[in-house]
Design a protein around this ligand. Sequence first.
Ligand code: NDP
Length: 241
Amino acid sequence: MTRTVLVTGGGTGIGRAVAARFAASGAVVHITGRRAEALASAADELGPSVRPLVCDATDPGQVSAALAGLAGPIDVLVNNAGGNTDFDLSEPDGLAGVLEHWRANLDANLISAVLTTTAAGDKLADGGSVIHIGSIAADEGAGSYGAAKAGLASWNVDLARQLGARGITTNVVAPGYIRETEFFRDKLPADRAEKLIGATSTGRAGLPGDIAETVYFLASAEARHITGQTLGVNGGAHPTR
Ligand code: NDP
């Protein structure tokens, strides 16, 4: 059976790799983002089963319209849209600036997933999968960005209980440092990258494909008893018991 997959932020980086992985399995994959050009070029490269859809995941009107226009059922929802919005803002100016920074990260990384999942609602296929892209920052700390990703993981626990009766699993994949994405803009100094790699046990940066394969597994028939979890994919940079 052909699966229908929705990947928010699917035009670049991790989301694009996730879209490519599901498309390779024969799924129809809808990819969203705010930049029409980035989506169009990803869809061109990945083939006709990948469908671009411009949608700002933090805007309730755009999210409602996008989901209303999608034919259900949605077998797999990947809430990947996000990133550290501090990279795009100037230093906070006073308390109002602090508020702006915090709201931007909470909107981009937590509210985006809440809105998309809620709007998907009954269109999520019974027995389907929801996967959120979290971050190692939720455990290692990174200001409002880490706090937003920690909030996402906490909400995921509640969501698993809500969706469990329908056989829908919901999990967080929390990457460590992943190369070949637009996440750091051009603002990651070489010595910082080296430090991030040095913190791993594998001695390398992660790649978008590492995350895509993990997401693909969590959406598989073999992973139906895994729900309410956060799974780190970080080369051991944040070990757990
Ligand atoms: P990218 O910047 O390449 O990808 C982020 C994607 O999300 C872009 O395609 C962007 O497109 C889209 N996006 C951002 N905000 C919105 C929005 N409001 N509505 C719709 N789409 C949006 O970086 P990554 O691939 O690295 O990031 C993917 C996820 O992985 C993020 O959630 C990030 O926090 C997480 N992550 C990344 C890590 C890394 O080291 N790279 C580490 C840990 C977590 P557009 O701008 O066109 O909207």
